[in-house]
Design a protein around this ligand. Structure first.
Ligand code: SF4
Length: 211
């Protein structure tokens, strides 16, 4: 299995050398945290569209914690579950100020204390914001589809798939794996359709329709 996983990584790195980071736009870790917190159940373009305006008006966790909730609803209206996300953002900002001195915490257990933060959000924050990969792999819907089709997991939930991927891939790949699977899932191995004839993994993938 090690050889297979090494081959998968090698081919994807070769194909997507410029896709090793999140496409969520941000200039600092406050913006990254906000963007990632808003990202579940939305595509990254939707989030970038909303944050382009949001980040002009809100700069610090103080700004979010003191925000009028109805104004925040308005700002986030282009996103799915925007009301829940607005409440989470306000509350998470209050906790970050009160408990973590206004800085995004840098461990998985601390991040998971914040409302709206699950393992995927926390892993993206740790990987992209702090260059910390030891806690795990950010598993989104693209990763779920690609992992299953590549035979890397038979599980259906992100948390269980993350455990399978962590068992199969050495830790040195955890940080980049998610973004490589997202790149493949966006243009070739999409949830709706798989374009195996143009896939760089078509000769080794167990679900390939072009061997
Ligand atoms: S070969 Fe087909 S099923 Fe396998 S990863 Fe590529 S596109 Fe997906």
């Amino acid at each position: 299995m090690v050889e297979y996983t090494e081959l998968v990584i090698k081919r994807l790195l070769n194909k997507y050398p410029d896709k090793l980071h999140t496409v969520l736009k941000h200039k600092n870790n406050t913006e990254l945290f906000v963007a990632v917190l808003l990202s579940p159940q939305c595509n990254d373009n939707q989030v970038n569209k909303v944050t382009t305006n949001l980040f002009k008006r809100y700069k610090t966790f103080e700004d979010y914690s003191e925000a009028n909730i109805k104004s925040l609803y308005k700002e986030l209206k282009g996103l799915n579950y925007y009301k829940t996300k607005a409440r989470h953002l306000k509350k998470a900002s209050q906790i970050i100020i009160e408990k973590f001195n206004g800085k995004v915490p840098q461990t998985m257990p601390e991040l998971l204390e914040l409302p709206g933060v699950g393992r995927k959000v926390a892993n993206v924050m740790l990987n992209e914001g702090f260059n910390i990969a030891k806690y795990g792999i950010a598993v989104d819907t693209h990763c779920i589809v690609v992992s299953q089709r590549l035979g890397l997991s038979k599980n259906k939930t992100a948390d269980k798939i993350e455990i399978d991927l962590k068992r199969r891939f050495p830790e040195k790949y955890w940080k980049i794996l998610s973004n490589l699977f997202i790149a493949l899932g966006r243009d070739t191995c999409t949830a709706k359709e798989k374009f195996c004839t143009r896939c760089v993994l078509k000769d080794i993938c167990i679900s390939s329709e072009d061997k």
